[in-house]
Design a binder for this molecule. Structure first.
Ligand code: STR
Length: 414
């Protein structure tokens, strides 16, 4: 029916995700209150989002939901085009991030095997060295007033150094990549600029893959290129896609994990004490931060290849589904009535779903845990008097729709 009343009724239950949101807790609570499946509006584009742990867990193993953008009705009909500011979050080239089923396993296996806890033990000394160097840099970057930006000098460069080393991206390129991803994720970047920078990044990564094809080294990019007996080798496009996904994901999300953990501890001094006194481990801080303040707020997007009933609602064939990990971390059913509280001693702290579930579960989960598990204790050991240089309310969030990304994190090192 095309009458304005029906239209208004349909819109009534729709939550518009605000690209400029500062009150992320408010957004999270609104989504959780809206039900298991909420109707959202992403800059004019309608989608569903899943806000609860149990249902997300089911949907994430449901083969009727796929990552292939061609399964999206609004894309097929041309309503969504590359002019939409979030298109780069979905139409990111062929890679383990965008493909399902047997092909997905083919694209992903080598990466997940390289990132197991056991394999990561080999690079622990490198991560410790990067951490120490960046702690020196923090010390040196202190201004006249003693203030230094923990994001720019520490939390941001560390994951880039680690993923750069793993994938074979030269240090000289890290500043360029940081700048480009910042512009990519920011909703203030005009769409033509975003598309241009994505094209530039494609050229950069393609050149890198060609260089590694000619002269393979011992990094993961070279390993992805080298054909193996039996297995079908990846195409150049697939290696480029995986490399992009690794750098973008490895860089952006771990920044949030480290900063959100520091922020939570500084806001809860009693809990910081428990860790510093050795009563609770740093792993508990990492897990509780992952649950309570997820680096990824919303993950775009999957598409229904058939009608899928979820509780009272039906996701229709062709509709898009977002997973709202921040709301899922605050699910009362999963974490109890105090789900909104940060509590490193909570019994369910390891039962969060921040890394996803099912075939696409984050292949870098163990890596991010190792990074944060090294960075956080080293930071507090070196600067036991670490504190915020501004009131917590003055920490601003960047205009990024899908990630919990702070503009800066000014601290006094004590
Ligand atoms: C950014 C743009 C790009 O070139 C490639 C990718 C694929 C991986 C995506 C990444 C994206 C955005 C951030 C994501 C990451 C996988 C994990 C990370 C979604 C679209 C998270 O925030 C969980």
């Amino acid at each position: 029916m095309n009458c304005p009343h029906a239209e208004a009724a349909r819109n009534a239950g729709v939550i518009a995700i605000d690209p400029m949101v500062q009150d992320l807790d408010g957004e999270t609570v609104r989504l959780r209150d809206a039900g298991v499946l909420a109707r959202i509006d992403l800059l004019g584009v309608p989608a569903w989002t899943v806000t609860r742990h149990a249902e997300a867990r089911q949907l994430l193993v449901d083969p009727r939901l796929v990552k292939d953008i061609d399964a999206w009705g609004l894309w097929q009909s041309g309503v969504v085009t590359r002019a939409w500011p979030l298109i780069g979050m979905i139409d990111a080239g062929r890679s383990m991030f965008t493909v399902d089923g047997a092909e997905h396993r083919r694209l992903r296996t080598k990466i997940s095997q390289a990132l197991t806890p056991r394999r990561l033990e080999a690079i622990r000394p490198d991560i410790e060295k990067f951490t120490d160097e960046l702690l020196d840099a923090l010390d040196a970057a202190r201004g006249e007033d003693g203030v230094v930006d923990l994001k720019a000098v520490f939390a941001q460069p560390l994951p880039m150094k680690v993923v750069g080393m793993l994938m074979g991206v030269d240090e000289a390129q890290h500043a360029m990549l940081t700048r480009q991803y910042k512009a990519f994720f920011s909703m203030l970047t005009p769409q033509d600029e975003r598309l241009a920078l994505l094209a530039e990044l494609d050229v950069f990564y393609t050149d890198l893959v060609r260089e590694k094809t000619a002269r393979p080294t011992d990094d993961l990019t070279s390993a992805l290129i080298l054909a193996e007996e039996g297995g079908e080798p990846l195409t150049e496009e697939e290696v480029v896609g995986n490399l992009k996904a690794m750098v973008a994901a490895g860089h952006e999300t771990t920044i949030g994990l480290v900063l959100n953990a520091v922020r939570a501890l500084l806001a809860h001094p009693d809990q910081l004490r428990l860790v510093l006194d050795g009563e609770v481990g740093w792993d508990a801080v990492v897990e509780e931060t992952l649950r309570w303040d997820t680096p990824t707020t919303h993950l775009l997007m999957r598409f229904a290849t058939e009608d899928i009933a979820v509780g009272e609602e039906v996701i229709r064939k062709g509709e898009g589904v977002v997973i709202s990990y921040r709301a899922i971390g605050r699910d009362f059913e999963q974490h109890g009535p105090d789900a909104d509280a940060f509590d490193i001693t909570r019994p369910t702290r390891n039962r969060h779903m921040t890394f996803g579930h099912g075939p696409h579960i984050c292949p870098g989960a163990a890596l991010s845990r190792v990074e944060a598990g090294i960075a956080l204790p080293a930071l507090f050991a070196r600067f036991p008097g670490l504190r915020l240089a501004v009131p917590d309310e003055e920490i601003t969030k960047l205009p990024v729709m899908t990630q919990n990304d702070m503009a800066a994190f000014p601290v006094l090192l004590g």
